[in-house]
Design a protein around this ligand. Structure first.
Ligand SMILES: Nc1ncnc2c1ncn2[C@@H]1O[C@H](COP(=O)(O)OS(=O)(=O)O)[C@@H](OP(=O)(O)O)[C@H]1O
Length: 199
């Protein structure tokens, strides 16, 4: 009798409300922790992503700055010290002078009838041009990635199977020698393409 009475009490309205509240609180707690775990699993990848993106932005900015320094000749040179700028300009001027001399030598060989007076006039003109050459004009022939494009200072001439490739490879070993990859065959096959191609 007592059992039935307790059961009837257990199934009365008040305990049902308590049971409902208990179940509800459990559900809310479960929901809360579920949401927390979801939030954590979402939060860290996002933070990593932000950090990664931040690193990317930083690296890109650094790269852009470096590239601007290297490739923007006007800005790049202005950021160098005075000594570096003077050295760069004088090196470019040296290259331009050597190239000019090579061009004249090739022209004089190509037109042997040219008189000595005409050659002297050309030399004087060249000297005037060299003195009046501005830095911006010098930079025209400079590519910052490959150095200065210039005509060769030495030419290997030889018959076929004469060992020219072996000589080229032997010279290439020297650290101060910069040799072409393939034989350019300028004088016998590509002369019409001009000196700009040869450079
Ligand atoms: N030091 C020396 N002594 C003897 N022979 C030599 C030497 N150096 C290169 N060779 C030989 O020269 C041949 C390649 O000459 P080239 O580089 O002028 O060839 S090419 O015409 O430019 O393709 C090539 O000959 P083949 O092998 O018969 O083609 C080379 O073996």
């Amino acid at each position: 009798m007592a059992f039935w009475s307790s059961t009837s009490v257990f199934t009365s309205k008040v305990p049902r409300k308590i049971l409902f509240m208990f179940t509800l609180s459990l559900s809310v707690t479960y929901l809360f922790y579920s949401l927390m775990s979801c939030y954590n699993s979402l939060q860290f990848p996002l933070q990593e992503n932000y950090a990664y993106q931040g690193r990317l932005v930083t690296e890109e900015t650094t790269f852009v700055t470096l590239r601007e320094k290297l490739y923007s000749t006007s800005q790049g040179l202005s950021e160098f010290t005075e000594t570096e700028r003077t050295t760069a300009v004088s090196t470019a001027r040296d290259h331009a002078e050597a190239e000019q001399r090579t061009v004249e030598w090739i022209r004089s060989q190509a037109s042997p009838t040219k008189s000595a007076a005409a050659y002297r006039t050309t030399a004087l003109e060249r000297e005037h041009q060299e003195l009046s050459t501005t830095d911006s004009e010098l930079r025209v022939n400079c590519t910052m990635d490959y150095g200065v494009k210039k005509l060769p200072q030495a030419i290997i001439i030889g018959v076929k199977k004469g060992g020219t490739r072996a000589l080229l490879e032997a010279l290439r070993v020297h650290p101060d020698v910069r040799a072409v990859g393939n034989e350019p065959h300028f004088f016998d096959r590509n002369y019409e393409k001009g000196l700009d191609w040869y450079r």
